[in-house]
Design a protein around this ligand. Structure first.
Ligand code: MSP
Length: 637
């Protein structure tokens, strides 16, 4: 074993539902990073788990008619089962309700209270329950009622309660200095810039306790309070490797600080600002790198269970197998941006990249070797220039691959492997070994041997992404794959392996050639039924836009003047500037909510209703109207 160590974490997932493709994505990136170190014989710890306290969980449990603990318990097997099926090889699964975590968090709070970094005060503000976060002053227009959450865009609620604060404001300068001294702390750089500008604009102290809920880590020394989720949840990264636990000091010292923490861009502020400040306050070293990925989207929206636009990863498994889905998610979704998930695209990549470029090269090389009695293949004493060039190309590829893997750009690392696979395919085909066998058996054997060396090298680098398939590849070529040895270093030494080719079925089946493909289902939206009496509360009225003007100080809003069959036209503001020009709306009849409480917008316009729109496939807003013209003021029923 190498004497280096690697500690990687995933976010801990809210235990309010079974995992979906988005949560699989975060976990998969951490697994790929962990396996990349394991394949180099580096001692690795991979932590994942579930976030089980807080209002969001308590509310979901209440809706389900269960107590919170039995509610969260029911989802744990689903996580563990899915991770197993997707070959996620974690070291420890932490649950924030685990006793050792609860105790360590309490100890952490007590220590910070002593140091003066935690003090008692009172908090008032707009709070988003689904995201467990308060809006800051910068997040909404003063005077707005129930402003939308900047992350999930759902309305917030007003919360006013006594609570304990963490002195985040005291860490503004040290944080900025830290970002400057550690430019690689946040990957990718675009995310780092956002964080720096957030910190520069001023940090307020953060509330870390609640009195309005009871489902949380009891606050030490004040039983009316429970710990507010982020102060509890973020600490899992240290409690999961022994922090605050008797007899585990050596473990903690060995693993902390984390080398890589994987997370989605929606929780970057907590990880890049709160978390380092919490650690600084406790005198602990900071993680080396935050790997921040974008969202998997379906259409315009982040894929999520609550939006009802998620794909069940269990269904994908049946149709395509774990390795292919792992490959697609790692290669197709660049961590630097949001990515669309598409079944057609997934199938196309399985056919072209996995079945053709990789599987076919193995199949053709093997069958040719077996046909000409060359199942046992020794490396030639000397290699031709063409074979030497292929070996050199493999070294270049490994170097580029290592660089990209180290900085967390797994998709780019895979691009280098594919470039090399194309070179290997060209090497094989251009030399036509099936013809050469008739005149030059040694030359033929050399081509087969070099191609198998190339496949082995690609296989080692691809093992972190497709462990099961690459292990089948190693078996098929008779390569002894041992994790205790630095496999990457072994790939760099001049080619001299002996292989034993066995033959077998194609490594990857093309989806179009499979007899039965189980079409993956998109999960059905969760329907929150309402009664007819709820519907009757909303007054929907037909009206005609008689005038429309652009509001210069807003890049979203148009000001409509609408004839709703009343004495005066109403002024209604609508955020559709990107979809319609004022001229396109004047004279159009549409549907309006007319009993919505009037609200002030941009401090000077009172909006007296709402026009109804629907988005089309390009994300453009299209207004709703009636099939035939009707008198203005008529109600929908
Ligand atoms: N419990 C908090 C994290 C606490 S970490 C100390 C949380 N949980 S979560 O279940 O909502 O999300 C966890 C992670 O899953 C986030 O990193 C989030 O970005 C990721 N994803 C959830 N949906 C996703 C997509 N559609 N696409 C990519 N990642 C997504 O936040």
């Amino acid at each position: 074993m190498n004497n280096k160590k690697f500690y990687v974490t995933t976010p801990i997932y809210y235990a309010t539902a079974a995992p979906h493709l988005g949560t699989l994505y975060s976990t998969l990136l951490a697994d790929v990073a962990a396996r990349w170190h394991k394949v180099q014989a580096i001692d690795t710890f991979f932590l994942t788990g579930t976030d089980e306290f807080g209002q969001k969980v308590a509310q979901a449990a209440q809706q389900a008619g269960k107590d919170p603990k039995s509610f969260v318990d029911q989802f744990i097997p689903a996580y563990k089962d899915l991770w197993k099926k997707y070959l996620i090889d974690y070291t420890h699964f932490i649950r924030t309700t685990d006793d050792y975590h609860v105790k360590a968090v309490q100890q952490w709070i007590a220590d910070l209270q002593k140091k003066g970094d935690i003090y008692k005060g009172a908090y008032e503000g707009w709070y988003c329950t689904p995201c467990e976060t308060f809006l800051t002053e910068k997040d909404f227009e003063v005077g707005t009622k129930n402003p939308l959450c900047t992350s999930c865009e759902r309305p917030t609620g007003w919360v006013c309660e006594p609570c304990y604060f963490f002195k985040l404001s005291a860490y503004q300068d040290v944080l900025l200095q830290f970002f400057q001294d550690n430019p690689n702390f946040i990957t990718p750089k675009e995310r780092a810039a956002e964080v720096v500008s957030f910190v520069r604009s001023g940090l307020q102290d953060v509330s870390i306790s609640r009195t309005t809920i009871s489902w949380g880590v009891p606050f030490p020394g004040d039983e009316k309070h429970v710990t507010y989720v982020w102060a509890d949840a973020l600490n899992n990264y240290i409690t999961g490797v022994g922090y605050g636990q008797e007899g585990k000091q050596a473990d903690f010292k060995k693993w902390w600080p984390a080398d890589m923490q994987v997370l989605g861009k929606d929780i970057v502020r907590f990880h890049a600002v709160y978390w380092p400040a919490f650690l600084m306050a406790s005198g602990l070293p900071l993680p080396k790198q935050l790997l921040v990925h974008g969202w998997i989207k379906m259409g315009d929206y982040k894929m999520s269970k609550s939006r009802g636009n998620s794909i069940d990863p269990q269904n994908l498994l049946q149709s395509y197998g774990a390795d292919a889905v792992r490959y697609y998610l790692t290669r197709q979704l660049a961590i630097t941006q949001d990515g669309q998930f598409s079944i057609e695209d997934l199938e196309q990549k399985i056919s072209s990249d996995l079945a053709n470029d990789l599987g076919n090269l193995l199949q053709r090389t093997e069958s040719l070797a077996l046909k000409y009695d060359a199942a046992t293949l020794t490396a030639p004493q000397t290699w031709s220039n063409t074979s030497q060039a292929l070996y050199q190309a493999s070294l270049t590829m490994i170097e580029q691959f290592e660089k990209e893997m180290e900085r967390g750009y797994f998709h780019s690392a895979l691009n280098h492997v594919w470039k090399f696979l194309h070179e290997s395919n060209a090497y094989f085909h251009n030399q036509e070994p099936w013809k050469l066998i008739k005149t030059d058996k040694a030359g033929f054997l050399e081509i087969i041997s070099a191609t198998v060396h190339a496949l082995k090298t690609a296989g080692i680098l691809l093992w972190p992404v497709m462990p099961a398939k690459m292990e089948s590849l190693f078996e098929r070529i008779g390569y002894q794959f041992e994790l205790g040895k630095d496999q990457v270093a072994l790939c760099k030494i001049p080619w001299k392996n002996t292989f034993m080719l066995t033959g077998g079925n194609p490594l990857f089946e093309k989806p179009e050639e499979k007899k039965e493909t189980v079409a993956p289902e998109v999960t059905q939206p969760v329907v929150n039924y309402i009664g007819i009496e709820d519907l009757a509360k909303v007054e929907l009225t037909v009206g005609t836009i008689i005038d429309c003007q652009s509001i210069p100080e807003s890049d979203k809003l148009l000001k409509l003047s609408v004839d709703l069959g009343e004495a005066q036209p109403r002024c209604i503001l609508s955020g559709v500037k990107s979809s319609y020009s004022p001229e396109q709306l004047i004279g159009k009849q549409g549907v309006f909510v007319t009993n919505l409480k009037p609200r002030m917008m941009l401090k000077k316009y009172e909006s007296q209703g709402m026009m109804l729109f629907v988005k089309n496939q390009d994300g453009q807003m299209i207004f709703a109207t009636t099939e035939k013209e009707v008198p203005n003021g008529n109600k929908l029923q």
